[in-house]
Design a binder for this molecule. Sequence first.
Ligand SMILES: NC(=O)c1ccc[n+]([C@@H]2O[C@H](COP(=O)([O-])OP(=O)(O)OC[C@H]3O[C@@H](n4cnc5c(N)ncnc54)[C@H](O)[C@@H]3O)[C@@H](O)[C@H]2O)c1
Ligand SMILES: O=C(O)C(=O)C[C@]1(C(=O)O)C=C[C@@H](O)C=C1
Length: 358
Amino acid sequence: MELRTVLVVGTGLIGTSAALALRKRGVRVLLADRDQGAVRLARELGAGEEWDTRQKADLAVIAVPPAHVASELLELQRDGVARFYTDVASVKAEPINRATQLGCDLATYVASHPLAGREKSGPGAARDDLFLGRPWALCPTGEAHPDAKAAVLRLIELCGANPVEVNAEEHDRAVAVVSHAPHVTASAVAARLADATDVALGLAGQGVRDVTRIAGSDPGLWLGILSGNATPVAEVLEAVAHDLAEAATALRALAEGDGTATGELTQLLKRGVAGHDRIPGKHGGPASAYAVVQVVIGDRPGQLARLFQVCDEVGVNVEDVRLEHAPGLPLGIAELSVQPDAATSLTDALRERGWQVP
Ligand SMILES: NC(=O)c1ccc[n+]([C@@H]2O[C@H](COP(=O)([O-])OP(=O)(O)OC[C@H]3O[C@@H](n4cnc5c(N)ncnc54)[C@H](O)[C@@H]3O)[C@@H](O)[C@H]2O)c1
Ligand SMILES: O=C(O)C(=O)C[C@]1(C(=O)O)C=C[C@@H](O)C=C1
């Protein structure tokens, strides 16, 4: 299925990211948003051209908040603007049910959801590589025409993502576990920081940043996502709350001298390790245990570029990189994740060139 022209409705983070990825692959992209400023910025970023409502597209990608998907779909289908339609909302059953109630044409519509995003909204946060190697769910109903599914599969391919076909209800239960409940949990942890002391915040390291990054997301968008998947998310949160309550009870018992309480705590920590180890690695493959090479870097321009140059010279692929800043010091630590068999040669090469590798 060739996609020559794609209409993106909703030029925020996800719509503009998809548009940028499509432009890179030579697809003509038409941009629409109820906020003209968002269309202008997306256009200036090279995501496509402003949609003239007389223009037709092969596929329309509806990238608006979940509650607006079905009404947008109805309007676009009424005007016959595209041959096929998809959306990218983070919940799937509710928009499909609403589209059915409104009498949308389900033959030309296949709902979808890229499992990639950021804690920032709007076209300014968009990235053309946002979806690379990420899962992208598609949920065709029994009424969907095979060509509609082929069009959405082509969109996913052009964005560099991996298609995962799943029915809408199963999708919603799954993302409650891997996305929506983790989000609320991150918010609850981050909420503790709102009135934490300056001393506590000054001691913040990478752990709290990892656990709370997504808590910085737009509350309005997330209210819509969570209320669109309320029951599955509530079920997961009840289980998390149960574990947390048991951990607190065990700690109270420990504080009062009951050493046997360590057993329950250890069990929870071990279950956490087991769950963490099941998360697939990059590009959807099995979880991969990279070796981490820590390098001390000065807070000066060009340091990272020099570091990567050494990696290049010795032919080591950097799978991931993370920067840890030392509070109040003009240096930090770069943590380079590499394949385990490359760690020693990289460490040696860095030391030979005068880098401090603790
Ligand atoms: N943020 C993420 O990490 C993420 C990841 C995957 C999927 N999604 C889903 O993608 C969709 C868009 O999220 P986002 O993060 O890009 O949000 P965003 O706030 O960055 O962009 C949404 C855009 O939709 C526009 N909009 C709202 N209602 C509209 C309407 N009726 N018609 C036309 N434009 C309208 C807004 O003006 C805004 O520009 C949501 O359904 C969300 O659930 C988000
Ligand atoms: O990484 C992020 O910042 C995200 O918001 C990503 C994330 C996720 O939970 O994985 C969040 C919601 C989307 O529906 C899809 C992806």
